[in-house]
Design a protein around this ligand. Sequence first.
Ligand code: BES
Ligand code: MN
Ligand code: ZN
Length: 501
Amino acid sequence: MTTTFHSEVNVKVQFFDELQKNPDVDVIVLPFWQDDCKPLPIFDKKNLHIPEVVFDPIELGDFLAKEDEIFLVCVKKQRFLLLGLGKKDALTPHRIRASFSCVSRKMMELGFEHISIIVTTPLRKYFRQVIEGVFLANYRFDVYKTASKKDSKRTLLKKIDFIGVSQEFGQKDIAFVKNLTSGVFLCRDLVNGNADDVTPEFLCKIAKSISNVKTTCHSKSWLEKEKMGLILAVSKGSHHEPRFIIMEYRGNKKSKERSCIVGKGITYDTGGLSIKQVSNMIDMKTDMAGAASVIGAIKALSLNKIPVNVIGIIPCCENAISSTSFKPGDVYTSYSGITVENTNPDAEGRLILADAIAYANKAFHPDFIVDFATLTGAIDIALGKHAIGLFSNDDHLAKKLTKAADRAGERAWQFPLYDEYKEPLKSEIADIKNWGSRSAGAIAAAKFIEEFVGKTPWAHFDIASCAYLEDAPLGHLSRFATGIGVCLLVDFFETICQKDK
Ligand code: BES
Ligand code: MN
Ligand code: ZN
C-alpha cells in the first residue's frame, strides 16, 4: 500500500479586468446575494455582457440566491453557475467561504477543471475567503482506489480566472491561501490514511519533510530515559514503537517569545483492554487528528513565513490490544512524577498528552501551550459537529483563540473547568486516576490534563466530533478528514504578529 500520498495544491490562477471570451472555460461563476427575497447580482450586468437569458431562473423564481444555492444555466455552449450567498446583511467572512466551497464541490461532481469567478467590488474585501472556500473544498482522497475504479470524470479544479481583481491586489492572498491549503491537505491526508500506513514512524517521516523547521524524532529508548511512563504505558501493547516528535519553527529569530502546540497522535485506538465495540472502533485511525493539525499548521506557518516561534510537540503511539497491553487497575508514573491509576485504558489520549505537556513546560518554558486532541466521544454529545470544545486555565488566551476560531470558520465553544469536576478523578491507590465517571466526560478529561500543566497559560481543544465527518461536508470542511485546527491556528498566530507590529 502506498505511503507517499501527499495531496498537491495544483491550481493555476489568472486575473482579468473583464470577462474573457475563452472557449476553454468550462463554467463562469456569477455570485448573487439575496435582498428582499430577490437575488441581486454582485456585478454590473452591462459591463460583463452576459446573455440576458442567463437571468431567466431568477425571473421564474427557480433561483433565489439562498445560502449555498447553486443553479447551472447553459447558453450557446457556455455554462453559467448562479451562486447564492444568502442575505446581504447576514454576509460574514465564513458565509462567503462556505458558499464558494460549494462551487468547487459542484465542479468536482461535474468534472470541470477551468472556471471563471466574478469578484467585483462588494466581494473584493472578502477575496481571501472566496479563495479559501474554493481551494479548501478542491480536495479528494482516493489513493486507495485502483485506477480502473476511479471515477475518471471526477477531476479537481486546475485553473481559475478571477474577473474584477487585479494581479497586484490578488497575488499575495493567492500565495497565502495556497500555503494554508497545503497544510490543511497534509492534515487531511494523514487522517484519511490507513492506520497501518500512518504509523508513529510515518508521522516522523512526514514531520521531517517540512522545510525550515527543525524536527527531532525521539524513539522508545529516549522515552524510557526521560521516564515518560504514561506514553510508554499506552504504547506497550503495540508492535509499532512509540515516537515523540518535536518540531521547532523559528519564524522570528530576534524574539524570545515562543509557544508550544501539542497534538494527540494515537495512530489507532482499539480502546486497549477496555476494547471498543466495532461501531466505535471503525473510525479510530483518525485518533491522530490532533497530531495532524499540528503538523499541518506548522507546515502552513513555515511556508507563509509567519514571524512567530512555535514548537510542535507530538506524542505518537498505538493503543493496541495484546498480552503486553497496559492493564486496568495498574498504576503508572508520569513524566512529571504524578502517579496515575489506569481505571480505563480507553482514556489513553489524556495520558499521552499529560507527559507531552509536562515535557513541553520543562524543556521549553513556553509563553503558552495549546493542545489539539480527539479526546472524548462526550464532546459530540455536547456540541455535535458544529463547534469544537475549548477548555482553558486562561480566559485571555481562550478569548483570542475563540476569535481566531470564529474568523477561520472553525468555531470553538468554551467549557468551564470548575474544580468540582476533578472529584471523580480521586484515586485511593495513586495520586489521580484517568477516568472516574461518564458525567461531564469532556470536562473531566480536560481536568485530568490540567493537573500536568502547572501555571503556564494553556488551552485544550477537543476535536473528536469535528475532525472526521461521515456525512455531508460543512462549509470549507470536506467530507471525512476535515483538517480542522489548521486554519484556526494559522489565523491565531497571524493575528498575534499583526498586534505586535
Ligand atoms: N479516541 C477516543 C475519543 C473519540 C471518540 C475520538 C469518537 C473520535 C471519535 C478516546 O480515546 C476515547 O476512547 N474516549 C473515551 C473516553 C472514556 C473512556 C472516558 C470515550 O469517548 O468513550
Ligand atoms: Mn480511547
Ligand atoms: Zn483515543
